[in-house]
Design a protein around this ligand. Structure first.
Ligand SMILES: C[S@@+](CC[C@H](N)C(=O)[O-])C[C@H]1O[C@@H](n2cnc3c(N)ncnc32)[C@H](O)[C@@H]1O
Length: 264
């Protein structure tokens, strides 16, 4: 049933999605954002360094004890022992998606960024190099995974990342109390309805006009897809972009309520 829905949605996406050329996107705010995505990446050297780090993690045979507070990977069970290479293979955004996220970040140039779900720190590294002047807080519940993420940040000399090892709920309440505004959030930790809506509601309290929220894996399962749709219909959200591999929602009041599919 789910796979039938997924295939139908994918065909719908192929037929309806706007290309990176931006044709058919009338918003003077969204058009340059989508156009920007076709530009080649600027920071090729940093990306090479991050991908070299990923390669090392993909070869790392050591096992760690996982504490997963989320939905886990679709490929391996959530709790128990996992090799670092299996986490690197199944739990991280691939290079193409990480580049998409980094291009969105470069274009929007947010000051304060929060990532829910650090894992080994690869996507955080992409965000950090895309926005060297931003303050990035990334949250990871699993202590052993956090240690490896810290090593990733250290080896790549990332100085604008603060890693919080803790459960999202606890960490978010502390962060929210100490921050004036949040400009970009990457939700990549718990692809279930109730917690995703809870984090969304906590974080939107600190959203401002230029804030965007990025939701990874909106087609993770039917529950996550329905949650994404609920969020796009929230009164605070104006535009939403469905990239299939992820979705972005905007709080910008000048944008009309709209839902666009975009190829990447
Ligand atoms: C899909 S991985 C993140 C991948 C990472 N963003 C990347 O692409 O490089 C999700 C991570 O979120 C963490 N996580 C899930 N639910 C959590 C929760 N409720 N509190 C803290 N961490 C959580 C998991 O331990 C896991 O490492």
């Amino acid at each position: 049933m789910w796979y039938y829905f997924l295939i139908t949605e994918f065909i719908k996406h192929l037929l309806k999605a706007k290309t990176k050329l931006g044709f058919g996107i009338h918003s003077p705010y969204l058009f340059p954002l989508v156009k920007h995505l076709q530009k080649p990446v600027k920071n090729k050297k940093s990306i090479k360094a991050i991908e070299n780090k990923r390669k090392k993690l993909l070869k790392n045979n050591s096992s760690i004890k996982i504490t997963d507070y989320g939905t886990g990977s679709t490929k391996v069970k959530a709790n128990g022992t996992r090799t670092v290479k299996s986490i690197a293979k199944y739990s991280l955004a691939n290079k193409q998606k990480a580049i998409l996220i980094s291009k969105i970040c470069t274009f929007l140039n947010p000051d304060n960024i929060i990532e829910l779900g650090t894992s080994l720190g690869i996507t955080t590294a992409y965000i950090s190099t895309a926005c060297p002047n931003a303050k990035i807080i990334t949250i990871e519940g699993c202590p052993k995974t956090s240690v490896i993420a810290s090593e990733t940040f250290k080896s790549l000399n990332l100085t604008n990342v603060t890693l919080v090892n803790g459960q999202f709920d606890t960490a978010l309440h502390n962060i929210i109390d100490n921050i004036d505004e949040i400009n970009l959030v990457l939700f990549d930790g718990n692809h279930a309805k109730e917690p995703t809506l809870r984090y969304f509601n906590i974080l939107k309290e600190k959203a401002v006009n230029n804030t965007v929220f990025i939701f990874d894996d909106i087609y993770y399962n039917l529950e996550m897809y329905n949650t994404w749709k609920i969020i796009t219909q929230d009164n605070n959200i104006t535009a939403s972009l469905n990239f299939f591999c992820l979705g972005i929602v905007f709080f910008k009041k000048e944008l009309s309520k709209q839902y666009l599919r975009v190829f990447y």
